[in-house]
Design a protein around this ligand. Structure first.
Ligand code: RFL
Length: 408
């Protein structure tokens, strides 16, 4: 998009970095830049109250938490998050517990995404003095392949279009943002994968019924339980893609969860009111490269990974750590800046593609039993058996599930 020419627009200001989107990726970039004394502006299309309560992720990998900790962003998380040491597969009435911490010494943290976003906003805006505009409308990116890019938006109070000139733009506005659309179609490749299945994503006001993540493999479809807090539990039910959540009244949801997660001798799940119910069409995409000119994409803006293996926010944080360092070096005109900026996309994509491949592998484990195809049901059970009979397979699974490989 070219320079904005809007009669009546306010005089332009200039700032080193504009960050589009106040999710985990954008707020982490903003916090690191502010800690380095670099001015930036975060533009967010929702209100602060909305982003602080929007439910989504919960599982955070240990390396990501350590990365936040090193940047002074994990105090609340470390004080309040649960540590998970195992997950369990339930199939044909039996439970198979996979004690990954026993195998690796590493664990997962469970901390709801709205709490993390609340911590990051507070630190950025209230402690580190970062500038942020909430509820902005119609964000547009301009001249990203020149050395004078800009971002414009419609001010929620006045309705006037504001223009902010900058040196660099961090496009952190998620799967439906404006940043990705600013990349010229002939300069990027977008690789997509559609699983052809849906998940009914649920939040129940009920305590978890097991102390760990549960994966239910069942001929009726996959079911999952992800503890979020002592009061709230996330559940998933495989459903047709595009299904209407209204097709899933309370009684049907709990009947299917009880059936798909049943284990002989275990008590039934603890039920409660459903406070979120939405259908996700399971798909992935990856944008390559993640940079064009002075625009850098990070997080879901650059790559979506269906929540099969709980990887999306972890990838968003990984991108944010690398992008913040590259932008810091560029703005400070460190000799290393251009190299770090050039290396950014490839450095992110190594972990992105690895996590995408793992999600595909795990998807087959989750969904193979429900295909109605006895061949796929057979190979699914073979994958599961291998995890519990081969120490080498178990170690490989634990490494991917926890994201601990050195090759990233
Ligand atoms: P976000 O979090 O979507 O933030 C983007 C922000 O940009 C704003 N925005 C705009 N702002 C300005 N202008 C525009 N035009 C804009 N358009 C959008 C949005 O309002 C928002 O505030 O992206 P980010 O920062 O890249 O973070 C990505 C993560 O949110 C996402 O990957 C995870 O939620 C995925 N995910 C999970 N990831 C994990 O690592 N572990 C999990 O346990 C996990 N569970 C999940 C999940 C995603 C789920 N859903 C809803 C798809 C569970 C679910 C149900």
């Amino acid at each position: 998009m070219t320079s904005p020419q809007h009669p009546g627009s306010r005089p332009a200001s200039r700032i080193p970095v504009v960050i589009v989107g106040a999710g985990p990726a954008g707020l982490t970039v903003g916090n690191v830049l502010r800690a380095a004394g670099i001015d930036c502006l975060v533009l967010e299309s929702e209100t602060r109250a909305f982003i602080e309560t929007r439910p989504r992720a919960g599982v955070i990998e240990e390396w990501a938490v350590r990365g936040l900790e090193q940047r002074g962003l994990a105090a609340n998380l470390l004080a309040r998050a649960d540590r998970h040491t195992a997950c369990a597969f339930r199939s044909e009435g039996e439970q198979h517990r996979f004690p990954y911490t026993q195998l690796t010494g590493r664990h997962h943290f469970v901390y709801p995404q709205p709490l993390l976003v609340t911590d990051l906003v507070r630190e950025y805006a209230d402690v580190r003095g970062g500038a942020v505009r909430f509820a902005v409308r119609d964000v547009r990116l301009h001249d990203v392949d020149t050395d004078r890019p800009s971002v414009s938006y419609v001010c929620p109070e006045t309705g006037a279009r504001q223009v902010v000139h900058c040196d660099y733009i961090a496009g952190c506005d998620g799967a439906r943002g404006a940043s990705r659309a600013a990349l010229p179609a002939d300069r990027v490749r977008v690789a997509r994968h559609d699983y052809g299945i849906g998940w009914l994503a649920l939040l129940a006001e009920a305590p978890p019924s097991a102390d760990c993540v549960l994966f239910g493999l069942h001929p009726d479809g996959f079911a999952g339980q992800m503890p979020r807090s002592p009061e709230v539990t996330r559940y998933y039910l495989q459903c047709p893609p595009g299904d209407d959540p209204e097709n899933w009244p309370h009684d049907r949801v709990w009947e299917q969860l009880q059936r798909r997660l049943a284990v002989t001798g275990a008590p039934p799940l603890t039920q409660g009111p459903l406070i979120e119910k939405r259908v996700l069409d399971m798909h992935d995409y990856v944008v390559e490269p993640m940079r064009h000119g002075r625009l850098f994409l990070a997080g879901d803006a650059a790559h979506l990974v269906a929540p099969i293996a709980a990887k999306g926010m972890n990838l968003a944080l990984h991108d944010a750590f690398l992008l913040a360092d590259a932008l810091t070096a560029l703005v400070r005109r460190d000799p290393d800046g251009p190299r770090a900026a050039d290396a950014y996309s490839q450095a992110c994509l190594r972990r992105v593609w690895d996590y995408q491949e793992f999600s595909q592998w795990l998807s087959e484990v989750y969904h193979g039993s429900a295909t109605g195809d006895p061949f796929r049901a057979g190979t699914t059970l073979a994958r599961l058996r291998r995890l519990f009979t081969s120490p080498v397979a178990a170690a490989a699974f634990a490494e991917q599930y926890l994201g601990t490989a050195d090759r990233y």
